[in-house]
Design a protein around this ligand. Structure first.
Ligand code: CO
Ligand code: CO
Length: 359
């Protein structure tokens, strides 16, 4: 008997995931506790950047003029379209190499896919997205590993290179530094709107372009202005304030963020008004709550909280830049066509330990 094939609806990949993109990460507080409980500390002197400072990638010295930058990132679908999901996941994984001012060398793919439940052509499209994005970064995906899993996941393990004396770490901010951000915020809100079918085609295009954009221009800029970039990190699942807190922890510095200067994706306010934002933002808020101060009007507080805690996927690079060089750095970012080159705040002394003030 011939089986009649039901008319196939296109698969919405995001419906298959419990939390999308970097929003599926284990929370920063939880992760810290788990890692602390095993008390692992790195003793190999060749490790120039390890896991103790929560930096974006590890850096291991090979020779006096060469070090490897190692990182991996993978997550559940953040776009419904498999080709786009592949591109975003690859751009996101590459980003941690760029955030250290490194240059990608090669990558391995990490794949989880329900081979019996979903058409294999979907996986082929995810991989094609990853391969194309890696090529845009000038590298090849040279291998990988895949497992059968109910929930699709994709990402890369990336190896990059860097000169051991030109590493940009997440720690090192100085009082007086200007904070510069290289992509607009709001990807968590817009991808939640995709998930809830509340998004316009224009907005969906904007958030895709935002997440798929490589942070290579930011990396080239940091190399060019090396001495002036005191610290940097890329903004991903922990949101602007979560990652900023990671840069300030253990310091006696305060960061001031100017809400009016934050570059934002289109249409966020209407979505926030409808209650459309990801739960991961609340989790991020709880993580930074004790160091966060809002100096904004009472009725603007909720909006500010949601935006500065919004979990990003493949977000921009946040740099702490010597104020003397800030204008030149912004010019170079523009020459390198980063999606934003915005001065969003500054770093100041704080006698009582780190504090993030939202103005
Ligand atoms: Co990172
Ligand atoms: Co990462």
């Amino acid at each position: 008997m011939e089986q009649t094939q039901a008319k196939q609806e296109p698969v919405r990949l995001m419906d298959l995931s419990h939390g999308s993109g970097c929003g599926c990460k284990i929370g920063p507080g939880d992760l810290h506790e788990i890692l602390g409980s095993i008390g692992h500390s790195i003793t190999d002197p060749r490790v120039l950047v390890g896991n103790d400072t929560g930096d974006d990638a590890a850096v291991v010295k090979v020779r006096d003029d060469l070090a490897l930058v190692q990182t991996t990132d993978f997550f559940t679908p953040i776009m419904n379209d498999p080709y786009r999901f592949g591109q975003v996941a690859a751009a996101n994984a590459l980003s941690d190499v760029y955030a250290m001012a490194g240059t990608p060398l090669c990558a391995l793919s990490l794949v989880a896919f329900p081979v019996d439940r979903l058409d294999r052509s979907i996986l082929a499209e995810i991989l094609r997205g990853g391969i194309d994005k890696a090529r845009e970064a000038g590298i090849e995906i040279v291998g990988g590993h895949s497992i059968d899993d109910a929930e699709p996941k994709f990402g890369l393990a990336v190896t990059g290179t860097i000169h051991p004396d030109r590493i940009v770490r997440n720690r090192g901010a100085k009082a007086g530094d200007v904070l510069i951000l290289t992509k607009p915020l709001g990807a968590g809100i817009l991808t939640t709107a995709v998930k809830r079918s509340l998004i316009s085609p224009d907005q969906e295009e904007a958030v895709f372009r935002n997440m798929a954009a490589l942070n290579d221009g930011a990396a080239r800029t940091m190399q060019r202005h090396y001495g002036a970039i005191h610290a940097a990190t890329d903004i991903t699942g922990f949101g602007l304030t979560g990652h900023l807190y990671g840069m300030l922890k253990g310091s006696r510095l305060r960061a001031v963020i100017q809400m009016a200067d934050l570059p934002l994706l289109p249409g966020l306010d209407a979505l926030i008004a409808q209650g459309c934002y990801p739960g991961g933002g609340n989790r991020n808020y709880r993580y930074v709550q004790s160091v966060l101060r809002f100096s904004v009007a009472e009725d603007m507080k909720e909006r500010a909280r949601i935006l500065v805690c919004d979990p990003q996927t493949s977000g921009g690079v946040l740099m702490c830049v010597d104020p003397v060089s800030a204008a030149d750095v912004i010019t170079t970012l523009c020459e390198n066509s980063t999606l934003a080159a915005a001065r969003v705040g500054e770093i100041m002394e704080e006698a009582d330990g780190p504090l993030i003030e939202i103005r």
